[in-house]
Design a protein around this ligand. Structure first.
Ligand SMILES: Cc1ncc(COP(=O)(O)OP(=O)(O)O)c(N)n1
Ligand SMILES: Cc1nc(C(=O)O)sc1CCOP(=O)(O)O
Ligand SMILES: [Mg+2]
Length: 508
């Protein structure tokens, strides 16, 4: 008989056994079932009682200390009266609810009709059989929708009909959760990050997810849906009702989506391993996208408004370096990179620490070139890596998840790889021949035009950019630039930086 009881009803029956034991009774009586029903506050029966304005505390004292659930001592047998209540509940379920599963609401109806002390208590609290039955029937009607023809309901291929229904409820809830979660992620990529690549990836995952769940018969899922009887509907984690900001919404939905996909993966293993594999692949896709989303979020926080990035270094003395840094900042540099080649590490670190102090004071980002270890020692905001420097992954090991990690890219495949690896921003160049570094080949303006379409991550056009050629770079679609010689070797570095900054802001 128990397989035709919902999970909630089974829990209540089990609890009634413990209530009976706690009061030293030889049998589990209807009155114990009533106590258990009232105490299972998430149950459909408790919800109905509250909707009908019946004060739960009037239905009897809360049971004293119950034996723990895992206590192996058997519960006393069910009394004859209680068995009659169960039989009546089954009949009521058939009469009132086409799903025919005995839920806690049917136990309540049967208790009220039983004529014993439990019925007396319910009546004294103001519950009438008509009001209760009318309420149960109304809820079922709302939940059920049109009654499908018998031939439309697919025969579950599982041996146990109760199990088939439970499974359908799990799959239905998880499919909804994953679909909704994916939509929330896509909206974040699209409207918060403005990232066409990530939006496309998420749309593709959502599309493939939609194809995968077509394997479920929609009628089977919808027929099993039992929102009022779902004990989880009213249970919320303490932080679930509020979100501090859009980022918190993103993080919560990444977790929720991956969890729902995991649930689908696990439960479809029972009947369809191939389908389970599809959910597994989608779950891994979500993990990969998570890495990219979080990199984009960090970049947005650190570099969203940055327009002018100045590389400094190669100067004879610490005094020359600090002067240039101060001038660049005064001219409007948003990011300073310390790029030093050939000095001993100890000297580089000492100078980097000075740059850190000046940039921190001005609220300007400080990026160390090449060396995540020195970046960490100098408390830089991040590091810039070239194609021959350590990987993003290794740099992240040293600098942690919040560091800004930039990668130089010179062609589309490098740009894609850097995004995949979790870079927070990109260098895109060399656009023109540079006085700072020799290159065998130029990426040119064509690569700038490619970057515009390829990513929503912040990226900086770099290489030989001067006031004279800046318009070409802006016309190609860049909104951020990185320069070195045009500021560091200018007669008036502050004015040079200010001129770049003004034109970048004008172009916004
Ligand atoms: C913003 C920015 N873009 C590109 C580079 C070049 O980095 P890399 O290719 O590693 O060359 P070096 O600068 O290390 O010679 C950069 N530093 N910054
Ligand atoms: C160090 C460096 N890397 C580049 C790249 O394209 O990866 S261009 C470049 C030099 C940038 O200095 P300037 O503004 O003086 O040309
Ligand atoms: Mg480098």
């Amino acid at each position: 008989m128990w397989e035709s009881f919902t999970a909630g009803a089974q829990r209540v029956v089990e609890r009634a056994g413990r209530v009976a034991r706690s009061r030293g009774s030889d049998h589990v009586e209807p009155i114990d079932l009533l106590s258990a029903l009232v105490e299972e506050t998430e149950s459909r029966a408790a919800a109905l009682l509250l909707e009908l304005d019946i004060a739960l505390h009037e239905l009897g004292p809360a049971s004293a200390d119950l034996p723990p659930v895992d206590d192996e001592t058997p519960s006393p047998p069910h009394s004859q009266e209680l068995r009659l209540v169960f039989g009546d509940a089954l009949a009521k379920a058939r009469e009132l609810d086409r799903s025919q599963a005995v839920g806690t609401e049917h136990l309540l109806v049967a208790l009220l009709s039983s004529g014993g002390p439990a019925a007396d208590r319910l009546s004294r609290a103001g519950l009438t059989i008509d009001a209760l039955i009318e309420r149960v029937a109304r809820v079922n009607a709302v939940e059920s929708g049109p009654i499908p023809m018998a031939e439309d309901i697919p025969p579950p291929e599982l041996a146990d009909p109760g199990e088939a229904d439970d499974l359908a409820r799990i799959l239905d809830a998880s499919a909804n959760r994953a679909r909704e979660g994916l939509r929330v992620l896509e909206d974040y990529a699209r409207f918060v990050l403005d990232d066409p690549g990530l939006t496309r990836r998420l749309k593709d995952v959502r599309h493939r997810f939609g194809q995968a769940i077509q394997a479920f018969d929609p009628d089977w899922l919808v027929c099993s849906r039992d929102t009022p009887g779902d004990v989880g509907t009213h249970i919320m984690a303490t932080d679930e009702g509020t979100r501090a900001n859009a980022r918190a919404v993103l993080v919560a939905n990444l977790k929720r989506t991956a969890e729902a996909l995991r649930t689908l993966e696990e439960y479809t293993k029972i009947s369809d391993q191939w389908l389970s594999g599809r959910f597994e692949v989608l779950r891994y896709d979500v993990y990969t996208i998570e890495k990219r989303l979080m990199a984009a979020v960090a970049a947005r926080k650190g570099l969203q408004d940055a327009r002018l990035y100045v590389l400094v270094g190669g100067l004879p003395t610490l005094g020359d370096l600090t002067w240039i840094v101060e001038e660049a900042i005064a001219g409007g540099a948003d990011v300073i990179q310390y790029r030093e080649k050939g000095l001993p590490d100890r000297v580089v670190l000492q100078r980097a620490r000075e740059v850190r102090i000046l940039t921190a004071r001005a609220g300007v980002r400080f990026i160390m070139n090449d060396r995540p270890d020195l970046a960490r020692l100098a408390s830089a905001d991040g590091v810039h890596l070239g194609q021959d420097d350590v990987s993003v992954r290794d740099a992240r090991r040293i600098l942690g998840p919040n560091a800004l990690i930039g990668v130089s890219t010179h062609e589309p495949s490098q740009l894609e790889a850097a995004i995949r690896d979790g870079a927070n921003y990109l260098g895109v160049g060399p656009v023109f021949p540079s006085q700072t570094k020799d290159f065998e080949a130029l990426a040119g303006l064509a690569f700038v035009r490619h970057a515009v379409e390829a990513t929503g991550l912040p990226w900086f056009a770099i290489g030989g950019i001067t006031e004279a050629n800046l318009d070409q770079v802006l016309d190609a679609g860049a909104s951020r630039i990185a320069v070195s010689s045009a500021v560091v070797r200018a007669d008036r570095p502050r004015d040079a930086a200010a001129a770049f900054k003004a034109r970048l802001l004008d172009a916004d």
